[in-house]
Design a protein around this ligand. Structure first.
Ligand SMILES: [Zn+2]
Ligand SMILES: [Zn+2]
Ligand SMILES: [Zn+2]
Ligand SMILES: [Zn+2]
Length: 123
């Protein structure tokens, strides 16, 4: 059976349809954007997530401009909006505003601290 591939929306690389991330640009949403909180599909321009109701845009912690929450990097400055889960056995990338890790379900309390550290490194 031939594997069905589809181009990554971020870099154009042909990615297997059941892949969970793009092997070329490491995006975790190669075929479309999804809500960083409930992981339901979300489109640019959605005022709120259709699944959990979180806002569709958020202020970037780096440049303070509004950026689409389904993106992994800020629309304006390109800085990563993901931090890693503080649970050592998990460490899955999480959206910086997530209260709980979408992978292990544990609270992500140090998000603000991680962002602060990244900010200092970047400037
Ligand atoms: Zn890609
Ligand atoms: Zn959601
Ligand atoms: Zn930014
Ligand atoms: Zn986790």
């Amino acid at each position: 059976m031939a594997t069905y591939k589809q181009p990554c929306i971020h870099c154009g690389e042909m990615v297997e349809r059941d892949a969970h991330f793009c092997p070329a640009c490491y995006s975790r949403s190669p075929f479309g954007y999804h809500c960083p909180n409930c992981l339901k599909p979300m489109k640019r321009g959605n005022a709120v997530c259709p699944g959990c109701g979180r806002p569709g845009v958020t202020n970037c912690p780096y440049c303070d401009r509004l950026t689409f929450a389904g993106n992994e990097n800020c629309d304006s400055c390109g800085m990563p909006l993901l931090i890693s889960c503080e649970n050592k056995r998990c460490q899955e990338p999480q959206f910086f505003e997530n209260q709980r890790c979408t992978a292990c379900g544990k609270p992500v309390k140090k998000a603000a601290k991680q962002i602060e550290a990244l900010r200092k490194r970047g400037r």
